[in-house]
Design a protein around this ligand. Structure first.
Ligand code: HEC
Length: 192
């Protein structure tokens, strides 16, 4: 009787331990899928908004709309999902919202290297548990549309509008295909 209780105890304990070892991996995979979906949702909401604004009123209108809508979409997605949703860059335009922290900076540097090594930007992402917190980043490349406001030859009315809204803008001078920045996500705290 006594022995079997002890053995059962060990079996239960062993099962609990192996479970605890497997679950974080499964959690990480599930969170990676959720992160990728959320990043796609961000782009899928912002890009049509930007395109419509530019069609309706040109790039200056695009800037006005982007200045309001990009942070609003990030905030709405954060509230809906419980994740923290933002955009970051090594050369930020929005100096309040888009400055990268230490982990984001090293990941953005890695993204630049991967893009230079020939990896397709859509595939360039990173999932990692950092100090017990699940974080995910998806690279955003500068396509032809983006260069009107992020490229090397910015029309003068665009630079004037940018200077008005973003006096410390660093986000110009990009070539097509380069990594402009990334969507950066943190999982809700109960899933960390
Ligand atoms: C009409 C001008 C315009 C176009 C075109 C444009 N952007 Fe931007 N971009 C902006 C503005 C304005 C901001 C700052 C928005 C804010 O305050 O959050 C910005 C910010 C960003 C940021 C956030 C980081 C930062 O520097 O603040 C990323 C990433 C970004 N743009 C990527 C792109 C990509 C990729 C494209 C092409 C698909 C693109 N942009 C096209 C005007 C533009």
């Amino acid at each position: 009787m006594k022995y079997s209780t002890v053995i059962t105890g060990f079996v239960v304990l062993f099962a609990a331990c192996t479970d605890a070892q497997q679950n974080p991996m499964q959690d990480e995979q599930a969170l990676t899928v959720q992160g990728a979906e959320l990043a796609a949702q961000f782009v899928g909401t912002l890009l049509p908004t930007l395109q419509q604004a530019m069609q309706a009123g040109g790039p200056v209108n695009g800037i006005e709309v982007c200045a309001l809508q990009a942070p609003a979409i990030a905030q709405a997605l954060s509230e809906q999902s419980g994740w923290q949703v933002k955009r970051v860059s090594l050369k930020p335009r929005n100096q309040e919202l888009a400055v990268a922290d230490a982990w984001e900076t090293s990941v953005l540097q890695e993204f630049d290297q991967r893009q230079q090594a020939g990896e397709a930007p859509a595939q360039i992402n990173k999932a990692e548990v950092v100090a017990g917190e699940f974080r995910y980043m998806q690279a955003q490349a500068a396509g032809p549309l983006c260069l009107t406001c992020h490229g090397t030859e910015i029309p003068s009315e665009v630079s004037e509008a940018l200077a008005r809204h973003y006096p410390d803008d660093m986000a110009t001078g990009y070539l097509a295909g380069q990594i402009r920045g990334a969507i950066s996500l943190r999982a809700p705290s109960h899933q960390r």
